[in-house]
Design a protein around this ligand. Sequence first.
Ligand code: ATP
Length: 318
Amino acid sequence: MKEHAVKLAILDTLADGYFHSGEELGEQLNISRAAVSKHVKGIQEWGVDIFSVPGKGYKLAGSMQLLNQQRLQSEVSVPVELIPVIGSTNQHLMDRIGLLQSGSVCIAEYQSQGRGRRGREWVSPFGCNLYLSMYWRLEAGMAGAMGLSLVVGVAIVEALEKLGIEGIKLKWPNDLYYRDKKLAGILVEMSGQAGAAAHLVIGMGMNLKMATNTQGITQPWSCLADAVEHDIDRNQLAITLINSLKTALSEYEITGMQGFVERWNRLDNYLGREIRLIMGEREVIGISSGINEQGAVLINTDNGLETYIGGEISLRGI
Ligand code: ATP
């Protein structure tokens, strides 16, 4: 069996949320009970909450809907590669840029090296969230790539609204928030040369139903499950997001940021609220006033309206 295949097969059985004995799992997979126990430990290291009760077997803390390659591929028009266990979906696409068709998607159940901006970690436990990256060839080149995380943010929130999920907001430049807590992060990485098409990899990690005791996140966070009453169909959500991303990126090629400024400002989590912008040692405090057509954030300070843009800036509510 391929690497991880045994663990994935165990999870496939446990996904129903019921007890399954070590003996039953071992028989199914033609391995010993001790081997089952070893694999379960490995699964726990992926961040999955499995417990065992003597005489009953193993059980997930809750049921789990795994992603399904066939279903995903049948409902989107771009190539989709589901790699359940991966280092980073962005890295996977970055490594294959020359081979990919624009719009190609890589999606995973678990990332061992999920990343955010400036090399920070994106915590990516198995099976409970979405980790999705799309490759896009932007004819407008690197200059046109400025502000792309804003366009992607709009595309994602509008897709959630179409699914009836309300209250999701945007934080400049690259986060989705629910009730002032981080729900999802967007990471746009690129390669290319000035004057030529830009090769972009757009990654998104979105929390759907993550255990409250998840370790390693250094700021308040939320899950999509907090915003909806029914169970979330992860496959349907991924399909909707992929289609929405593709549409928004095609639109962006035609309209540029102009088509997105108002849409972004409508969803701004901090519009009219006091914020601080952190730029290394420097901080600016003022009232957040949306974005402009360059994708810069506007902030009303004691010195008047100021604009800021660049990858090294962090925005925080006060
Ligand atoms: P800043 O607001 O400072 O600019 P950022 O919002 O750009 O940061 P990223 O670099 O995109 O943050 O993401 C990394 C940060 O996100 C980490 O510092 C961590 O605190 C947080 N984080 C990591 N994993 C998750 C997660 N699954 N859910 C919510 N937040 C997370």
